[in-house]
Structures are given as C-alpha cells and as structure tokens.
Design a protein. Sequence first.
Length: 322
Amino acid sequence: MATAALSAAPSTPPETRFARFAWALLAYTLFVILFGAVVRITASGAGCGQHWPSCNGELLQLPHTLKTAIEYGHRFTSGLSVLSLIALTWGAFRVFPRAHAVRSAAVVAFAMIVVEALIGAALVLLRLVEDDASLARAVVMPLHLLSTALLTAAIAWAAYFAAHRETATYALPKAARLLLIAAGAGILLVSATGAITALGDTVYPVHGATLAARVAEDQGAGAHLLQRVRSIHPFLALAVAAFVAYAAALLPGYRDTPGVRRASVLLTACVALQVLAGGVNVWLSAPGIMQVLHLLLANFTWIALILLVAAARAAEPRKALG
C-alpha cells in the first residue's frame, strides 16, 4: 500500500523544479562573482597570460602557479555559468508559455552572460589586469559590474516568477515606479563607484594609519586619480542607503501585501548590513576578506530590491469601493 501511495503521489511540477534550479543558479552566480573579486584582489588576472579562452595556450592544463590556478579556476566556474544559463533559457521556453515573465528574464540573463564573457576576454586580451591603473580599466570595471547586476537581476526575476507561476503582473503607480527606478539607479551608481574604489584599493593599497593620514595620502600632489576618487564612494553610499531604506519603507503603502512587506524588510536589513560592512571596510583599510564580504552584501542589496519590485508587480491593486 505504501508503494501504491508513493506511486500515486503527484510528481514535482516542472515550474517548481525550474524555480529551484533558478534559485540555485543565482547562488552559484554570486559565488562566481565573488571568485572574480578574489582574482582582482590577488592580482591573478594575468595568471593565464594574454590568452583567452585558453590558459597559456591550453584549454586543459594542470596549473603550476597559484595565480594560474586562481584565474583558471575562475574561467572554469564562469564556463559552467554559461552552460547553466543555456539550460535556464531552454527550460524557460520549454516550461512557460509565450510572453511569460520567466522567458524574457531568461533571455536577458543569457544575453548578459555573453556580455560578461566578452568583457572578461577584453580585460585579459587588453592586459587590463593585475596592477594596471589605466583609464580604460577604470571604465571597464563599472561596465563589468553593470552587466553583472543585470545578470543577477534577470536570474532573480526568473526565479521569483517561476515560483509564483500563477501570479499575474500588475503595473505600479507612477510614483512607486519612479521611487523604485531612483533606488535602483542609486544602487547601481554606488556599485559603480565601489568598483572603481575597489580597483584603487587593489592597485594603491591604503597605508595611512589614521583617517586624516589616508585622506592626505589620497589627495596628495602625487596621488593617482584612483586614489583621489576613493573618498567619494563612502559619502555617496550613505546618501543612497538612506534613500533606498526610505523607498523600502514607502512601497508597502502602494501595494500592502505580505510579500511586499517581507521584501521591504529584507531590503532594509540588507542596506543596514551593507552600511555596517562598508564602515568596517574603511576602518580596516579594505582587507581582501572585507572587500569580498562588502561585495556579497552589495549583491544581496541589489537582489533584495529586485525581489521587492517583483513582489510589488505580483500584488494585485486594491479595487476602488463603490
């Protein structure tokens, strides 16, 4: 009888399996992003020489140096991301109907992983790695971060609406849309300046023991541009953090549902943790482990905002009485 009951039990719906895969892929993508930060922090970007996609002219090899192992490992994990996103896109078109939000999100995610690969190739082939402090690298790094943000946003969007497959999407009021757009733009701007700051921390490590000494060092006559702009990021981050927390608190007033309230609390918590981590990062002069943690929390904050938008779009507007 037990066997008959098990055989009669309904199997897991394909939408649920897809959602689980998408959430797992999002977690894996965050791992790959953090791995990329380790490549930068350890100056391992040239570990495979000026070769791409091969490593020192070979696709398969046993690394002989730590830097080669780090860069080769990052390329391998990135390659698995490409294959996983191909599977995600294929699954989206197989499981979900035409014009479904999951389909469009999967297409965006796949497009962004292609852009990520091209940017990674450019960094290696143009030698914008290790201790390079050129303007080209300072421009490419924020672009790299922007494409990564769009990638994680698309995967999170696909995962959310796959898990809520029976939920329709509803347009938000104009005021709510402007609020969320401003919050998203602010987070991306802070992240872009953070990418430049992190590059400066890598190429020009902080040596001053006190805050005053660090400011004097960064604004000295012989300071590089990457050092001079380093002080902009913390002040901009505080201002944007306050605005994003404000937006998170206001949004339930437009769509007051349990999902929106949970997403609002999640975003506020991520913002608070990110500000705390940023303060510790500055206080400790940006050690590698804090840079990785700071980047992780920045991604959590961005994804929390995307989930708040998704929850608000999935919430049915209240019908006017009378």
